[in-house]
Design a binder for this molecule. Sequence first.
Ligand code: CO
Length: 211
Amino acid sequence: MEALNTLFDKNKIWAKEITETNPNFFKELAKAQSPKYLWIGCSDSRIPASQLLGLQPGEIFVHRNIANMVIHTDLNCLSVIQYAVEVVKIQHIIICGHDSCGGVKAALGKHEYGLIDNWLRHIKDVYRSHQKEIDLLQDDDDKANLLAEKNVKEQVANICNTAIIQKAWKTGQEVTVHGLMYSLETGLLKDLNISMNRLEQVQEIHQLILK
Ligand code: CO
């Protein structure tokens, strides 16, 4: 594919650079993976998980979707979480939101986009829970950034509401779920200090009585 030639060229250079430093890098990595982290972030091209964390292949398990959501019925995201926790045995899950998120901005508007409206509606639900606080802000960008933070907190809770996480905790597996924000302007991450790692932190209605 001629259109992809640049990509193949870049890929060859990338693989060559790594194997020059460590000739067995890919051979060793092909045998197994044991990353400690699962990253759930926005699909936005400006937020490449491994790159912004300075990590090598094999160091982080990744799931990305529009506006870093963990929807209760999203089998894709839930399967990633289950596999990451139960098979890969990751120790930390990072939900990472970001400023100027197109998904969050769209959710604050009323424009009809089609299929994606069904996805954005979940963000509108988060807005509804924090409407008073968000509406105190005048600036639209500030509103979107605050909603993006509230959304991260909601998704951290959503992960902890699953039987996947609660089973892990019950069996003594240490899994901590963190909420972070990434700044497009500085390239820096900020910890929202809302980490959850035990059942008592989960809202009572969501504390499952596990078999
Ligand atoms: Co985004």
